[in-house]
Ligand binder design. Sequence first.
Ligand SMILES: NC(=O)c1ccc[n+]([C@@H]2O[C@H](COP(=O)([O-])OP(=O)(O)OC[C@H]3O[C@@H](n4cnc5c(N)ncnc54)[C@H](OP(=O)(O)O)[C@@H]3O)[C@@H](O)[C@H]2O)c1
Length: 268
Amino acid sequence: MLEKLSLKNKTIVITGGGTGLGKEMCLAMARAGADLVIAARRLEPIKEVAKLVQDLGRRSLAITTDATNTSDVKTLFETTLTEFGKVDALFNNAGIVREDSPKPIWDIDDENWRVGIEVNLSTAFYCSREISKHMAENGGGKIINIASGFGFRGGRDNYMYAAGKGGIVNLTRAMATSLGKYGITANCIVPGFIPTEISDPDSKRSKERGKFIPIGRVGKPSEMGPLAVYLASEASDYMNGEFFALDGGALAGGIAPTLHAPEIPLEI
Ligand SMILES: NC(=O)c1ccc[n+]([C@@H]2O[C@H](COP(=O)([O-])OP(=O)(O)OC[C@H]3O[C@@H](n4cnc5c(N)ncnc54)[C@H](OP(=O)(O)O)[C@@H]3O)[C@@H](O)[C@H]2O)c1
């Protein structure tokens, strides 16, 4: 049974894999046997993660990529296909979490809007568009998008992130509906509050925030790993167009960090 979860001989491309949740998903998938191509704008973090993947005995490549730039995206997949010959799964994980701080709508300029939507939504479209034909010709593949609870509800003064992640949710549905016949599935992970390196899950602040979550605590980045492995593996072959909230019951429990009562801090 567990053989179905093995990622041995699978080539997986992930955007934003040098930090936070992306890094943990890379390490989990490498432990499950996958080779990883890791793409982001900064070289140092993705190089470090590629090295950690290699230390686990897998092949890995760090490719500097601004996933909002379609020529970078083309190069990313051309290089991957030259080096690995195929792409079995794509994780669209790049996103702006902290830079996209909430502000009143009249203070958001064209550039803020354009960049916010480009990073939080268009990167997933550009990468999926670039590789899906190869996947179709190769007999199939898996696309895993990373959304957010904000893709399912609004947040006060939160425009580009919420609109972008809402777009990711429906892009997943559109791809699941359209690409299924080519053997390509599209699914979506919906993380809740998962502090990454900037805050400690055991800090007083994290504990305070955990009180608002049904399970009583915030998430740990490593908890993304098993779900990533499952969605990249054959064990999930019949899953298509699904949303997997990894949030301690936050959406189920109706927790809404909208900055309306009950108020909780938005930053992680
Ligand atoms: N942590 C949470 O609580 C949480 C909750 C809900 C959803 N999420 C989602 O989970 C994903 C990962 O977030 P995280 O918490 O791990 O934050 P993070 O550490 O800031 O990860 C975001 C990654 O995206 C990359 N990135 C940003 N812009 C990019 C671009 N134009 N091209 C390529 N890569 C780009 C960044 O690398 P570079 O800066 O080097 O490009 C970074 O590695 C995001 O989509 C986020 O929205 C996180």
